[in-house]
Design a protein around this ligand. Structure first.
Ligand code: ADP
Length: 206
């Protein structure tokens, strides 16, 4: 049975190509809404750093810009969600699902998704942004060759993922202003979980 009760905690999947800015946008709203931001890329990089047994196969796959086995991603996500389930008002899951089967597995094993936010951007924009940050990111996969592969992996899977959830999908253009992106993102999250400090909103109850 799914261990998270989404009548109390919203689950938001935040999707977009590499370089779409989804992580930055998540950081801006977590504090405001008391949500927890979990990035599967960050969870995987932390796992690689830990040198655990299950991390052994990850480095090579990530350096090729391919998807790592879903059992590993799903286990990491589930552990991270359950560890924070008590105190969190909801979760922004950034970078998951990246293929259709991942979405199905998440809903079967963790919880049904409440809303999906997709940051749209052209391949040209994504490539330029990634190349721009490559010099300072310190990430092994921010090089021209791997950027191409990451983009290909994204383009190969993304339409199928989005098509699976037409009613829950909210699109935010990565080309609009920072303010516009943030407002649209907030609107989608706000419809689920109003900030407890704002007047006119009800406090989230546990
Ligand atoms: P990007 O913005 O390029 O997608 P991330 O930090 O989100 O960067 O992910 C880095 C790498 O971690 C991906 O290229 C992929 O190898 C792996 N990864 C992240 N999320 C997932 C996922 N949901 N499923 C499989 N692999 C993933």
């Amino acid at each position: 049975m799914a261990p998270i009760d989404t009548s109390k905690k919203s689950i938001v999947w935040v999707l977009g190509g590499p370089g779409s800015g989804k992580g930055t946008q998540c950081d801006k709203i977590v504090a405001k809404y008391g949500f927890t931001h979990l990035s599967t890329g960050d969870l995987l990089r932390a796992e690689v750093k830990s040198g655990s047994e299950r991390a052994k196969c990850l480095t090579a796959i990530m350096e090729r810009g391919e998807l790592v086995p879903n059992e590993i991603v799903l286990d990491l996500l589930k552990e991270a969600i359950l560890a924070r389930a008590e105190e969190s008002k909801g979760f922004l899951i950034d970078g998951y699902p990246r293929e259709k089967s991942q979405g199905i597995a998440f809903e079967e094993n963790i919880a049904p998704v409440s809303v999906i936010i997709y940051f749209e951007a052209s391949s040209e924009t994504l490539t330029q942004r990634l190349l721009g940050r490559a010099a300072s990111s310190g990430r092994a996969d921010d090089n021209e060759e791997t950027i191409k592969l990451r983009l290909k992996t994204f383009l190969d899977n993304n339409d199928l993922v989005l098509a699976q959830y037409p009613d829950k999908l909210r699109r935010v253009s990565s080309h609009s202003t920072l303010f516009g992106r943030l407002s649209n993102f907030q609107l989608a999250v706000c419809s689920l979980a109003p900030p407890s400090s704002s007047r006119g909103y009800h406090k989230a109850t546990k």
